[in-house]
Design a protein around this ligand. Structure first.
Ligand code: URA
Length: 303
């Protein structure tokens, strides 16, 4: 049998899977695994406190930790420090319990259409607030009768400098438009129709209508599931090849896969990604695991 889980591995498993008996887990060396020591299992052949799905989730979590570790250190170590379990600096994972509560509802397959929509809208509202929180402001003169009562003509109040352009990637990016309309009321909206081939995950463009982009534009791309990053990358390439470069491009998604984050980071370096969670990995059909299924289908009721 393999080794016991380290304290940090136990922490990671416990934080994601409540009620799992971590003492029954072990890590085993597997010569067929490129990471060497990532295979995990239960000490007992058929554990009575778990089922195959839970066992699979644990595998995913530990595999993700091992991958991250292997990427950073090019070898596997026995322990993972708190720092090593952090995401790259450009990834902002919402910490609010309200957001994680909404996400839990979205993940649950029994959540009905109308509740899926309202949890999604609420969650995205928080993400958009986060995504514009650090945009630049300038002092704008503001007046009203009470300002004049103070003996002043006007007072200086902060106002956003940058003009925000939101571009949902069709179709599921549209599921995030409702909260955009209520928070970023002055933002211009573009539309990018990119469809990914279910077998290859390669995206092809079938529609694109973008507002004028200026040096002052901060573009926020929305796609609830950042899976391979292929569609977002294609859109970013298109924007970058335009005549005027925007000030910044950001991405807001509900769940991100490490694969999608790595793909965007590798190609574009420093695009800020705002998300409610970074999940374990992509499965063979390029779905995020544990994820929540097809976001568009669940939000638009086309399941
Ligand atoms: N798109 C989705 O809707 N879900 C996934 O898990 C991945 C891509």
């Amino acid at each position: 049998m393999g080794r016991e889980l380290s304290a940090n591995e136990e922490l990671a498993v416990k934080s994601i899977f409540q009620g799992i008996d971590v003492n029954s887990l072990y890590v085993q060396k597997n010569p067929n695994d490129i990471h060497g020591e990532t295979i995990r299992g239960f000490k007992k052949e058929k554990p009575d406190n778990s089922d195959a799905v839970i066992s699979h989730f644990i595998s995913c979590t530990l595999l993700w930790l091992a991958r991250e570790d292997a990427k950073r250190g090019k070898h596997l170590k026995k322990d993972f420090s708190e720092d090593e379990m952090q995401y790259p600096d450009n990834v902002y994972v919402a910490k609010s319990h309200l957001v994680t509560d909404h996400l839990t509802h979205l993940r649950r397959d029994t959540t009905k259409l109308r509740h899926f929509r309202s949890h999604s809208d609420e969650l995205c509202l928080s993400l958009f607030r986060e995504a514009v929180a650090d945009l630049n402001i300038f002092d704008a003169p503001v007046t009203n009768p009470l300002v004049k009562e103070m003996g002043a003509e006007s007072i200086k109040q902060p106002k956003l400098v940058e003009e925000v352009i939101v571009i949902p990637i069709l179709r599921s990016g549209l599921a995030m438009l409702n909260p955009v309309m209520s928070t970023l009321t002055k933002s211009k909206i573009g539309f990018a129709g990119l469809e990914r081939d279910d077998d290859t995950a390669i995206a092809s463009e079938y529609y694109c209508k973008l507002p004028e982009i200026t040096e002052n534009s901060v573009i926020i791309i929305t796609d609830p599931m950042l899976a391979t990053g292929g569609t977002a990358a294609q859109l970013i390439r298109k924007i970058n090849s335009g005549p005027i470069q925007p000030k910044e491009i950001r991405m807001v998604c509900v769940v991100a896969a490490p694969e999608g984050i790595n793909a965007l980071n590798k190609e574009f370096g420093n695009i800020k990604i705002f998300t409610a969670a970074v999940d374990s990995h992509l499965n063979g059909s390029f779905y995020i695991v544990p994820g929540l299924g097809d976001y568009g289908d669940r939000y638009f009721g086309t399941e």
